[in-house]
Design a protein around this ligand. Structure first.
Ligand code: SF4
Ligand code: SF4
Ligand code: SF4
Length: 274
C-alpha cells in the first residue's frame, strides 16, 4: 500500500479542494471538476509506479481535453489568460479565476510546474512532436512571454475601459482564436528550433504566474551526489534544460521543471528522485 501513497495523497488533496469549493460556493460543479482531475492524476501516478510508458500522456490528454473541449468549447469558459483577467475584472469568482488561483498560483508551491507536464492542453499536442530532447542551449528570448502577458492584460482592460458590448462573445472568440494561434506558433517553433517545448520556454505568458511560485516548490527532483557518476544523461534528456544535478533552488532553469520524470527514469545509477 505504501507504494501507492503518492496517488492516494494526490487524490486526497484534490478531493479536499473539491469538497471545500463545493461546500463554500454551493456548486456541485467544483466537486465533479476536481474529483475528475484528481482521479486522472492519481490514475497517472499509479500507472507510472507500474512502469507504464505513457502514464503522463494519459493524464495530460484526460485533463487537457476535458478543459479544452468541455470547459472551454462546450461551457464557453475562457480558460486562457484573457479569461482570468476578464472574470477578475468582473469580480466574479468563476471557474477561470479559480482555475488560475488553484492551478497556476497556489499549486506550484507544492507541485511546481506539474500543470505543464500533466494538464496543459497546448503542451498535450506539442509533446507528440518529434523533438522531445532539445539539442541546443536555450535562446535568450524569454522576454517574449512578458510582452504577451502585458498584451493579454491590455486587451481585456481595453474592452472594459471602452465599454465594448458583447464582451462575453468576444471572450469566447478570443479563446478559440488564441488557442489556434498558440497551437500554430507552438508547432512552428518546435519544428524551426527542433524543440517541442520551445513555445513553453519563450512565449507562453502563463509562465509569468507559474515560475515565481514553482521556485519554492515542495516537489522537486533532487540528486544523490554520492551515487551520481556525472554522466550527464539526465541533462541531455531534459525537455526543459534544467540542471537537476544541482540541488540548490538557484539551479539552472530550476523554475522550468515540468516533473516529467524523464531524468529520473534515464539515470543509470538511480541517483535522482523527487
Ligand atoms: S508553459 Fe504554457 S504552454 Fe507550456 S505547458 Fe506550461 S502552460 Fe502550457
Ligand atoms: S527531465 Fe527531470 S528536471 Fe527535466 S523537466 Fe523532466 S523531471 Fe524536470
Ligand atoms: S544521469 Fe544520474 S548519474 Fe548521470 S549525471 Fe544525471 S544524476 Fe548523475
Amino acid at each position: 500500500m505504501k507504494k501507492y501513497s503518492a496517488p492516494i495523497t494526490m487524490f486526497i488533496i484534490f478531493e479536499t479542494i473539491a469538497i471545500v469549493l463545493w461546500r463554500t460556493l454551493d456548486n456541485l460543479f467544483y466537486l465533479c471538476n476536481f474529483t475528475y482531475i484528481g482521479g486522472f492524476i492519481a490514475l497517472g501516478l499509479t500507472l507510472y509506479i507500474r512502469r507504464f510508458k505513457y502514464a503522463r500522456q494519459i493524464v495530460q490528454l484526460g485533463v487537457g481535453l476535458y478543459m479544452l473541449c468541455y470547459l472551454g468549447l462546450m461551457c464557453r469558459e475562457n480558460m486562457q489568460i484573457e479569461g482570468f483577467w476578464y472574470y477578475l475584472f468582473l469580480g466574479v469568482f468563476e471557474a477561470a479565476v479559480i482555475h488560475y488561483v488553484v492551478a497556476k498560483i497556489f499549486c506550484p508551491l507544492i507541485f511546481g510546474r506539474g500543470w505543464c507536464g500533466y494538464a496543459c492542453w497546448t503542451a498535450m499536442i506539442l509533446d507528440f512532436l518529434p523533438y522531445k530532447e532539445p539539442d541546443k542551449p536555450r535562446l535568450k528570448i524569454g522576454f517574449i512571454r512578458y510582452i504577451l502577458f502585458g498584451i493579454s492584460l491590455a486587451f481585456v482592460a481595453g474592452l472594459f475601459l471602452l465599454k465594448v458590448k458583447n464582451v462575453e462573445e468576444i471572450m469566447f472568440i478570443s479563446f478559440i482564436a488564441g488557442n489556434a494561434l498558440y497551437y500554430a506558433v507552438g508547432i512552428a517553433m518546435a519544428f524551426v528550433l527542433k524543440d517541442n517545448r520551445a513555445f513553453c520556454k519563450y512565449v507562453c505568458p502563463i509562465t509569468v504566474f507559474l515560475k515565481p511560485a514553482s521556485y519554492y516548490s515542495l516537489l522537486r527532483v533532487k540528486v544523490d551526489k554520492d551515487k551520481c557518476i556525472s554522466c550527464g544523461k539526465c541533462r541531455r534528456v531534459c525537455p526543459m534544460n534544467v540542471d537537476m544535478t544541482d540541488n540548490s533552488r538557484k539551479r539552472l532553469n530550476g523554475t522550468e521543471c515540468i516533473l516529467c520524470m524523464k531524468c529520473i527514469d534515464e539515470c543509470p545509477v538511480d541517483a535522482l528522485k523527487l
